[in-house]
Ligand binder design. Structure first.
Ligand code: NAD
Length: 503
């Protein structure tokens, strides 16, 4: 793996240092890919300082001109899509089509951001005073700090930075310490785009997009820095619990994208062919390591046994293997800790009355230093404690329901609120699921699974998922500050609400 990773990095112009304290491994075979130096808290503070200076210059560049830089970056991504995707597979363990999909998502958000750079609209608002005009403007916010998780090692950064850059902000990125190589490759592509932008005669400051490799303590230095106007943090709820209050303590802005515990409800009228495919991809794609992974399936009692048996048979046949080999659908878990967490959850599920199929270690002979797992399905008698917890592994819990109200109560009865879905051909059920009394998640789908969101919609969830929204729709507003401007073009000075103050 090391050789393949290095040849991709060489092609992208990334020259790795010879040594360092951070050991980077491939989950494919557990082998070492690189040793990298780790940044200190001081390095982070210096990077924030550079970004803060860059922001002052970038905020006055017209937004469509800022969009041109993002357009050029999108071109670099297109030209190097397969190489960056290969590195995602090697470092994060994604199967080839998912690695390519991740880079495609980066390209898509760049295109979205380029269009957006001409549409950062404010409103004109009717003033109650004669001879006055009132309007709203969206202005650049400042430095955006981006903390990302291992499982979307590059797309999450792009969702944030493409929008932040067109909005006139500068970025500082702290990627997961498990996936720094894809971050270095992405940064190299961004720097190529910057070079092309400058060669075309546009001015762009240094420090516009900083990359800092380090662990949580280095992330904390960013979180605590008052010059970082927005901290956009993607990762576990545990991380969000640490980051949120620290940012709030300095009255900074936070965008949290945390854990999910996503369910699919299958009703008696469902198209079961679609449901089975949607559930299998949702539960076991990316080896259960997506924030939107389907972790629970809630099935009507009249179809429960037949559907669960069918899912169980299909689960047992999913091809497990090296993610870069053709035909593999289930790649490795990120590391031994993830495998242990999976085993811990399965034994808790057994203790709580669950009947477990699968879940064993796979391919240990071929890859003794890596952790592949047979996808698990657990028939649960009730939504017990373990079911309410996000275990970042391919475990699907199945539950039975009688009435739709009961199904929705189960679906909402967990601390997380990211993604949800219903499979039904009954219009009333579909609408009830999406209504105010329906799913409490940020994403509520009908007849598609819980994972694989498009960039055009706002992405994020409620409750312990953190409440943030990024990517499409009007998520860009989080990266700007709103000002309300009232202009008096009359020669009077009428006060609002009819107040009189005659002097
Ligand atoms: P993690 O929480 O272990 O780490 C995520 C990032 O946070 C890393 O860069 C890490 O170094 C940093 N970090 C951890 N503690 C920190 C602290 N106190 N201060 C500052 N930074 C800190 O998560 P992970 O294992 O890399 O990723 C898996 C988790 O991420 C899952 O819970 C998954 O659901 C979630 N996730 C959520 C989304 C979403 O959009 N909602 C997307 C991807 C992943």
């Amino acid at each position: 793996m090391k050789q393949q990773a290095h040849s991709v990095l060489d092609a992208l112009g990334v020259h790795l240092p010879a040594t360092g304290d951070l050991t980077v491994r491939s989950p494919i075979d557990g082998g070492v890919l690189a040793q990298l130096p780790m940044a200190s808290r001081g390095d982070m503070q210096a990077a924030v300082g550079r970004a803060h200076e860059a922001f002052k210059a970038w905020r006055v560049v017209p937004a469509p001109k800022r969009g041109e830089l993002v357009r050029l970056f999108g071109e670099e991504l297109r030209a190097n899509k397969s190489q960056l995707a290969q590195l995602v597979s090697i470092e994060a363990g994604k199967v080839t089509s998912e690695g390519l999909g991740e880079v495609q998502e980066m390209i898509d958000i760049c295109e979205f951001a380029v269009g957006l750079s001409r549409q950062l609209h404010g409103l004109t608002i009717a003033s109650e005073r004669p001879g006055h005009r009132m309007m709203e403007q969206w202005l650049p916010l400042g430095v955006v700090g981006i903390i990302s998780a291992f499982n979307f090692p590059v797309a999450v950064w792009a969702w944030n930075s493409a929008l932040a850059l067109v909005c006139g902000d500068a970025c500082v990125w702290k990627p997961s310490e498990k996936t720094p190589l894809t971050a270095l490759a992405t940064q190299a592509l961004f720097e190529r785009a910057l070079k092309a932008y400058r060669a075309a005669g546009h001015a762009a400051p240094d420090g516009l997009s900083e990359l800092i490799i380090g662990r949580a303590d280095v992330g904390e230095a960013m979180v605590d820095d008052a010059r970082v106007a927005l901290v956009s943090a993607t990762g576990s709820t545990r991380m969000g619990r640490a980051v949120g209050p620290r940012v709030a303590a300095r009255f900074g802005r936070c965008l949290l994208e945390l854990g999910g515990n996503n369910a699919i409800i299958v009703t008696p009228s469902a198209d079961l062919e679609l449901a089975v495919r949607g559930i299998l991809f949702g539960a076991y794609g990316t080896a259960g390591q997506r924030c939107t992974t389907t972790r629970r399936v809630i099935v009507h009692e009249s179809i429960h046994d037949a559907l669960v048996e069918r899912l169980d048979r299909a689960r047992a046949q999913l091809p497990i293997g090296s993610p870069i080999e053709p035909g593999t659908l289930i790649g490795p878990l990120i590391d031994a800790q993830a495998f242990d967490a999976m085993q811990f959850a399965l034994s808790a599920a057994r203790e709580q009355g669950g009947q477990v199929s699968g879940g064993e270690r796979a391919l240990a002979d071929r890859f003794p230093e890596a952790y592949y797992a047979v996808p698990a399905l657990v028939r649960m008698p009730a939504q017990t404690e373990v079911v309410c917890h996000e275990t970042f592994a391919p475990i699907l819990y199945t539950l039975k329901y009688r009435t739709l109200e009961e199904a929705i109560a189960l679906q909402n009865g967990v601390p997380q609120g990211l993604s949800s879905a219903i499979f039904t051909t009954d219009l009333r059920e579909a609408e009830a699921f999406m209504s105010a009394a329906g799913s409490d998640c940020g994403i509520a789908n009908v007849n598609i699974g819980t994972s694989g969101a498009e960039i055009g919609g706002a992405f994020g969830g409620e409750k312990e998922t953190g409440g943030g929204r990024e990517s499409g729709s009007d998520a860009w507003k989080a990266y700007m500050r709103r000002t309300t401007n009232t202009v008096n073009y009359s020669s009077e000075l009428p006060l609002a609400q009819g107040v009189r103050f005659d002097v």
